[in-house]
Ligand binder design. Structure first.
Ligand SMILES: C[S@@+](CC[C@H](N)C(=O)[O-])C[C@H]1O[C@@H](n2cnc3c(N)ncnc32)[C@H](O)[C@@H]1O
Length: 230
């Protein structure tokens, strides 16, 4: 999907995005984001950029770490960022988190700017997975940590068959009805099915010279947290 189509799609569903995330995942998504932040091992005054921040749930989670330094959240959708801004202000965290509109494939920062780069459910949407990883690693400082949270394609077993049926017959219609965009939730299912397998994502990370790369499977393998160091 092209970047402009992707922007339109997220702008259409922005107001229902959080509600549907928590409903359709039975709130499991909250524990995944918490785990991503724990995996980052935040140290005193660490600077963070959360790429494809959307409604800023990951940035807000980082802000709960007492020792964290500045947090940047970047996204290409004004509508998602508007909701993020409201949430950040209502939590009184405007001092800690700065939101920026921008493209993940062309981050407006110098090389080696951040101690931590995170991206949650964004890599799949950017589409150009290798290029996106390369750009995010560029802005990471040496010894910095890179973290990705992303859905994995359904496994080829009985569970995978049920999960595939859930995506098609439950998630897509409910997401479509509540958000008013069937296209967005059809796209969610197909983009999950087409996303590279975890070992391939790990290979891209190694090719970008990240060290100590690993991934943890979450909730029967429907998502993974990937981690690497520069
Ligand atoms: C599924 S949402 C994830 C939001 C958030 N990280 C979360 O954990 O819920 C994907 C986000 O990626 C953004 N996005 C997609 N492609 C992008 C790109 N090339 N540059 C910046 N943002 C992008 C969309 O606007 C959307 O807000």
């Amino acid at each position: 999907m092209r970047s402009s189509e992707n922007r339109k799609l997220f702008s259409q569903i922005a107001t229902q995005y959080d509600f549907l995330n928590h409903l359709l995942s039975l709130n499991i998504d909250r524990s995944w984001r918490k785990k991503l932040v724990e995996s980052a091992g935040v140290k005193s005054e660490d600077s963070v950029i959360d790429v494809c921040t959307g409604t800023a749930d990951i940035a807000l989670r980082f802000a709960q770490e007492d020792s964290v330094g500045n947090i940047i959240g970047i996204d290409q959708s004004d509508e998602m960022l508007d909701i993020a801004r409201r949430k950040i202000n209502s939590n009184g965290l405007g001092r800690k988190i700065t939101l920026i509109k921008g493209n993940a494939l062309d981050l407006p920062f110098e090389d080696s700017s951040f101690d931590i780069v995170s991206i949650g459910f964004g890599l799949r949407n950017i589409g150009y997975h290798r290029e996106a990883i390369s750009e995010m690693v560029r802005v990471l400082k040496n010894r910095g940590r890179f973290l990705v949270l992303e859905f994995s394609p359904p496994p080829k077993n009985l569970f995978g068959i049920f999960y595939g049926l859930f995506l098609k017959n439950i998630l897509t219609p409910i997401g479509g009805i509540v958000s008013g965009s069937f296209e967005a939730y059809r796209y969610l299912s197909t983009s999950i099915a087409e996303f590279p397998k975890p070992d391939e994502i790990l290979r891209f990370m190694k090719e970008e010279k990240l060290r100590n790369v690993s991934y943890d499977r979450l909730t029967f393998g429907i998502a993974c947290i990937y981690r690497g160091e520069k």
